[in-house]
Design a binder for this molecule. Sequence first.
Ligand code: G3I
Length: 346
Amino acid sequence: MQGSLMKPVLAAAALALAASVPAFSSRADEATLGSAAASAGRYFGGALDPGAFDERPYRELAATQLTCVTPENAMKWGLVEPLRGEFDWKGADALVAFAKANGQKIRGHTLVWHSQLPLWLINGSFRPDELKDLMVAHIMEEAGRYKGAIYSWDVVNEPFTDDGQWRRSIWYDAMGPDYVAIALKAARAADPAAKLYLNDYNVETSGPKMRALYDLVASLKRAGAPVDGVGLQSHFVSGAAPKDIQSVMEEFAGLGVAVAVTELDLRIRLPADDKALATQAADYASVVRACRATPRCVGVTTWGVTDDRSWIPSFFSGYGAALPFDEAYRPKPAVAAITQAWIGPP
Ligand code: G3I
């Protein structure tokens, strides 16, 4: 009896402590987002900016809370090969070294995308066969460089538009839908151990885009293409996280692939008052519970860790506060809610 009374008291004390000091100084035996997820056999990840590794609070928070890391930008084509044949692996290498030093998995992001491409590629007026060769060479170069170090690659990012049509891109325009299978095969050849994902947003609820991705994965599986997982990016407005995300995860899993929440954030119309933060915490918990309840869901990644380094304010005017830790690296209510969703009763 005494023991069961003591636990809430200790938990409350730990929460009060966590609220008053930065979370990275918490004792090793306290739950972190990563250790809570591990207790459910999953990882908890975050997108990181290697440019911030020289800031101690950022580095320590990322090192202690996460068991998986994703480069928010550092592995995108425009950053690793800004000029043709001139590679800059600084950020990507730093991310890989960071993960190795901290025993974290790495989600590689992303090999083939319509965005953040170098200008030489976009403006190069390449023929379709040249674009195919360039795409395959890029995959071999990048996935080959990090062979053995990457847990999973977002091989193809955002292949569809919101109405479920193929997105026009230099890749689609050159090769049609075949570009996806070509990219997957190249990635498998470059790094046979990496899990290969297709990753998209607005596919977390049933609708035309989710259906298009489902049909694509089904046809790739039928054709024997190497696809291992589906990434549900999960950029949501706080209070509007889809209610059917678990059944969507289960549908994809029914195709025999893994699923992962790859870019979760819940943006709030500012200012973020206590009520808004409580709503956000509930949404974070609901997404984590959906993953926990889906055997093939391998983990949850947030798109950033702290509110001072989130893409949201510069892309959605008037919105922000989307991540579990605030600008001063203090845990928001979302942190306790996520932890509870991993370790509490299912
Ligand atoms: O690197 C330049 C820098 O030299 C320049 O001074 C600065 C001035 O604006 O811009 C810097 O580039 C920015 C880049 O992030 C790196 O910080 C770009 O302007 C900016 O557009 C770019 O935004 C990224 C966005 O992808 C590009 O589409 C976001 O940080 C990143 O969070 C976001 O991530 C995507 C995922 O990859 C795919 N899913 C959606 C998600 C959110 O859009």
